[in-house]
Design a protein around this ligand. Structure first.
Ligand SMILES: [Zn+2]
Length: 255
């Protein structure tokens, strides 16, 4: 090969090297890369009160901004649909990122394959999780509670009495992130009316958007006489990819 043909070949290689990315950029410009829809492998079957879970995702016992309560680790009800597990991880992380200090205390999710769980009517299909409240001590410092503590209408702990206060700011940040989560659609958050009122007062004081506050008004709910004054019970709607196996319709909002 003489030097002329060598340089022609070299030039054409360079040209090709420039040409390929140019084609790629051109194609990308006219055909934007589509986000690949990630099909979660988990499947919620049936109703939260009468259902099962396939390929459930385990929530690690500790993560950034959250920790599963010891009692829950021992019960091993740590499984949920992927969407629920991501929701919990993200909410704990976001609250700690914003406020620092303290952590989200996580209670039961579902059993590995779903089905009946002790102490719960629901939690059967991987769409329910119990979350403890954020609290502060009397000097306003965050406390890491490893138990569900009940709070009265003034936001004081009931047992032990008046040792801790319901941390409305952190708890509202949690609710807000749950309602705005990109990971799952929250269907219900069961909580006592008197704590719901503290949360909505906090939202108003912070100037939260009216549509967010009205959604919180609908989603936060005290289930009958079952007060839920010591934890939030969060239920997500059926992930669209789990339909039609997953059941929502006609289901009474039973905690
Ligand atoms: Zn629950």
């Amino acid at each position: 090969m003489n030097s002329l043909s060598k340089s022609i070949k070299k030039a054409s290689l360079y040209g090709f090297a420039i040409f390929l990315p140019a084609v790629a950029i051109y194609l990308l410009n006219i055909r934007p890369v589509q986000a690949v829809a990630v099909q979660s492998p988990s499947l919620s079957i049936g109703l939260p009160m009468d259902g099962n879970l396939e390929m459930g995702e385990v929530l690690p016992a500790v993560g950034q901004g959250y920790a599963m309560m010891d009692v829950t680790r021992n019960r091993r009800n740590r499984f949920g649909v992927v969407e629920l597990v991501m929701l919990v991880k993200d909410a704990g992380f976001q609250v700690s990122k914003r406020h620092g200090g303290g952590h989200l205390a996580v209670g039961d999710l579902s059993a590995r394959r779903g089905g009946p769980v002790d102490r719960h009517a629901s939690h059967q299909s991987g769409r329910d999780v119990d979350l403890g409240f954020y609290a502060v001590d009397n000097s306003g410092q965050p406390v890491a509670l490893d138990a569900f503590i009940a709070f009265d209408r003034n936001g004081y702990s009931v047992d032990p009495p008046m040792v801790w206060r319901f941390d409305a700011a952190r708890n509202w940040t949690l609710i807000r992130r749950l309602l705005e989560s990109p990971h799952a659609q929250v269907q219900w958050i069961f909580v006592a009316d008197h704590l719901k009122n503290l949360l909505l007062d906090q939202a108003a004081a912070q100037g939260a958007p009216p549509d967010l506050r009205s959604r919180a008004m609908r989603v936060l709910r005290q289930p009958g006489k079952n007060l839920h004054w010591d934890h939030f019970h969060v239920r997500i709607a059926c992930p669209p990819s789990d339909l039609p196996h997953c059941g929502d319709r006609g289901a009474a909002p039973t905690p």
